[in-house]
Design a protein around this ligand. Sequence first.
Ligand code: NAP
Length: 508
Amino acid sequence: MELTGKNYIGNTLSGKGGIFFKTINPIKNIENKTKFIEATEDEVKLAISLASESFNNYKEIPGIERSLFLKTIGDEIMKLGDDLIKIYCQESGLPEPRAIGERSRTINQLNLFANLIENEKWRENFIDIADPNRKPLPKPDLRKTSVALGPVVVFGASNFPLAFSTAGGDTASALACGCPVIVKSHPMHCGTSELISKAIINAIIKTKMPNGIFSNLNSKGFEVGQKLVMDSKIKAVGFTGSFKGGKFLFDMVSKRKEPIPFFAEMGSVNPIIILPSSIKEKSEDLVKNLIASISLGAGQFCTNPGIIFTIDDENTNNFITKIGDKIKDIQNQCMLHPNMKSNYENRSESIIKTKNVGSLKNEKLIPENNFVNTKIAIVSLNDFLENSELREEVFGPFSVIVKCKNLSELLSGLNKLSGQLTATIHSEKEDHNKINSIINILKNKVGRILFNDFPTGVEVSRSMTHGGPFPASTDSRYSSVGLESIKRWIRPISYQNFPEEFLPSFLK
Ligand code: NAP
């Protein structure tokens, strides 16, 4: 399947601009062949006005029809076959099984939302019947439902070319509730994005959805994204990416004349607290699973465990030695892009070379091209408290072990953390008397608390919270994964004393 390098402005391929760029194959460290064309100002404007015009029709289309549309997108994605997998791997350096797994997850997400909107219960309708005889005042008839906000801009992340990108959770949830979507395609995987966009457009045509409910715009810089979020016709933004990018756009959007919701899911260090009883009773398992979680996907996960708290006792040093041994079994892994690799090396080495910081890595593996090795830094609680660099995400297979002398030190370390997507407690019975004080702090800090588990791997279900207090996300009340994520794109509306003929059918 040939890539065109063009943008989708509604259902039409368009490449009017003069700025070109290519994606990179990080394994071979060469450019991929397609020249992508950055969207021009006029193309951005056209995508926005098509989205705005199509909104009025799209939001009124019955849920059952939008549901068929979402399912058809999944079918069309499957029809892309091996071409999609090949381009995904070429643009990300991620292995084929990961591409296949992420494709399934993406289609499952679409299907989950498709099933959700088959009836109108997702709108959380409430009816308060009138009571004309109520004293001192009669009670009005009030009926509440939810309506879609309007056109949404979606920024996908580099590390999930499918599940958090073009047809990922943000797009699926927004399209499900009746919002048109304009995707600012991620410049590291524009080819994957073009193919997925083609699948979405095919589904639009097959299910007779309005032209304009989906556009996909290329860009290699910030301009296109910034123009999109500042346009008055855009009514909400979904962003998955770095803290730097998310906060910048959030600040920008806050200055709009008409404020709009901006949902950014950003990085996180996902602390893991390993209590002495766990080390005593299942050290081998812990070491194996911990290293697997840190190095999974070259550590390029927002839920990657970046900080490990321990409480010193006679087993701690032995546990850390075992981690050092296990790291030697991990082969070098390819990062998504040369920039990611150099950021990883700079940040991890800057920490490791800091005074008093110990480190574990396989010195024998020489990182080549965009390949890196797994590294662990070891610090005291005091250093952790004093050096803010140790508390920030290093994107890649890296984690910091913080050695605390006792529970009180551990609690002060937890108190110093900023908002997180997840935190994990590992404990056996002997330490269960410590758990409540830990949970008490973590509840204020995170969106998901795990027990004797690992945070990588985010289940897509109704009970999932993927978000957390700032800076993990810009609005801790919402999740960007799972069915609840649809709530980001809707608002409540109440009908008071309305004649039945003018009420939506599900409020009658
Ligand atoms: P990124 O560099 O922030 O890029 C994300 C998108 O935002 C790109 O399309 C980028 O466009 C755009 N962007 C960034 N800064 C911008 C600005 N100032 N103005 C306009 N657009 C801007 O993030 P990434 O490297 O793709 O993703 C990796 C990060 O995402 C990691 O920190 C990871 O932890 C986080 N992440 C979080 C979650 C979550 O759910 N919380 C999930 C996955 C990943 P350009 O590249 O064209 O500039």
